[in-house]
Design a protein around this ligand. Structure first.
Ligand code: C5P
Length: 232
């Protein structure tokens, strides 16, 4: 898999999503389906977007006991998505179980990555709410190493951590990085943010961009700007 921009299609209906994708005439952006859309539109929206020829990152961030995650992943692997994920906080054993569930009888499977710390969490929140008093970087690197040892292909982290993750886990360990904002753009609930250009400099493999594209006056122009800054 190469470098790419993934659009977070955080919409509450299939129709809104398909109308949004219709604007990208002739282009087939890599699409992320998260909880909002999946809970609203179900597995059918995954099939529909796939039929249209898009690559899909199914971002459901599973986090449960290993057996439940394994069985849920076995169901998701049948949808033919390209990438899906779990929370690394679910432990190495849960991540191994996820991988087993995801692996199809012919040995193929989507890329499985782990969320380290959400990009809406900063060190202070982590200390106060999660009672984790280590530096955020150290926590992210530990989760990345645990994910790698469990056999996963990469992590979701902030672009600010992508370079370190590559140093710890190797260059082929994939970094998928949300928390992307254009220069001077609204950060909203995100805390560890960078621009697409900085994400490229820091070595992100994939940037995940939601509101800066979906809420832009012209989403196609915003997408092209991301591609230009991130890939060129
Ligand atoms: O709108 P925005 O660009 O902030 O969207 C970021 C997307 O990436 C959202 O769909 C969010 O759920 C997802 N995400 C994230 N941080 C993570 C993992 C996923 O923001 N660590």
């Amino acid at each position: 898999m190469g470098k790419d921009v993934i659009i977070a299609c955080d919409f509450d209906s299939a129709q809104k999503t398909l109308d949004f994708l219709d604007r990208f005439e002739g282009k087939k952006p890599f699409v992320k389906i998260g909880m909002e859309l999946f809970y609203a539109a179900g597995p059918d929206i995954v099939r529909k977007i796939k039929e249209r020829g898009h690559k899909i990152f199914l971002d459901l961030k599973l986090h449960d006991i290993p057996n439940t995650v394994k069985k849920a992943m076995a169901v998701l692997s049948g949808l033919g998505v390209d990438m899906c994920n779990v929370h690394a906080a679910g432990t190495g054993r849960m991540m191994q179980a996820a991988l087993e569930g995801l692996t199809r009888p012919d040995g193929s499977r989507p890329l499985l990555i782990a969320v380290t710390q959400l990009t809406s969490t900063d060190e202070e929140t982590m200390r106060r709410d999660l009672l984790i008093d280590r530096p955020l970087d150290e926590v992210v690197m530990h989760y990345a190493r645990t994910a790698m040892e469990a056999g996963l292909s990469g992590v979701v982290c902030s672009p600010l951590e992508a370079d370190k993750v590559h140093n710890v886990c190797g260059k082929t360990f994939v970094t998928v990085t949300p928390g992307i904002r254009f220069e001077g753009g609204e950060t909203g609930d995100q805390k560890r943010v960078t621009t697409p250009a900085l994400a490229r400099e820091l070595g992100s493999d994939y940037i995940v961009v939601g509101r800066p594209i979906t809420a832009a006056p012209d989403p196609v122009v915003a997408y092209e700007r991301c591609i230009k800054e991130f890939l060129n």
